[in-house]
Write a protein that binds this ligand. Structure first.
Ligand SMILES: Cc1cc2nc3c(=O)[nH]c(=O)nc-3n(C[C@H](O)[C@H](O)[C@H](O)COP(=O)(O)O)c2cc1C
Length: 166
């Protein structure tokens, strides 16, 4: 992949909030997990684990806890990204946020859709997923085949967000 293609991948990724019922292949799931596994982390601590959720009842319950992510209910699978706060007290959110983005890019490259779920009733979600003491649920990623067109999005102009020190 050349640099233009990498940039295109990044520019073409959109948050997808509608999914078909079609299953996500095991090969695709493995690639998404590998994308997460190969993420960088502060001091290479890798303070994360991933929960692959296919159970419809759990997905439905999780979707109810997602403030702006009720659409999670329609996804054939959800990956929960769990941070190990104890082993990376300073960087666990940075590290696992990058995992999430790396997975999002892979999901897009596979022609699938996802959306980062930010606001959640985390305590209840942690209980539902049986998280251990000291673990933090950074995000859940509902994943499926896109049912909707990619919604348009905007970015600030480069000239408005850069400055030089020469
Ligand atoms: C930290 C974070 C939290 C987010 N939380 C939500 C959310 O709870 N629900 C949702 O629908 N989108 C959520 N998003 C998606 C953003 O709304 C989306 O990335 C932004 O509008 C830009 O659109 P794009 O991803 O299509 O480029 C979140 C994104 C990030 C990075």
């Amino acid at each position: 992949m050349n640099s233009d293609e990498v940039l295109e991948l990044m520019k073409n990724r959109r948050s997808i909030r509608c999914y078909t019922k079609e299953e996500v292949s095991e090969d695709a799931i493995r690639k998404i997990l590998e994308a997460g596994r190969w993420c960088q982390s502060a001091s290479n601590v890798q303070p994360w684990r991933f929960i692959i959720i296919k159970n419809r009842k759990i997905i439905k319950s999780l979707s109810k806890l997602a403030t702006y992510g009720k659409f999670t209910r329609d996804a054939p699978i959800v990956i929960a990204i769990v941070a190990d706060k104890k082993n990376a007290p300073k960087w666990y959110i940075h590290d696992t946020s990058m995992v999430s983005h790396q997975m999002c890019l892979m999901i897009s490259a596979l022609g699938l859709g996802t959306c980062w779920i930010g606001s959640m009733q985390r305590d209840k979600a942690a209980e539902l997923l049986n998280l251990k003491n000291g673990e933090y649920l950074t995000t859940i990623l509902p994943i499926g085949h896109p049912r909707s067109e990619r919604s348009p999005t905007k970015r600030k102009e480069l000239k408005d967000i850069i400055s030089y020190i020469e």
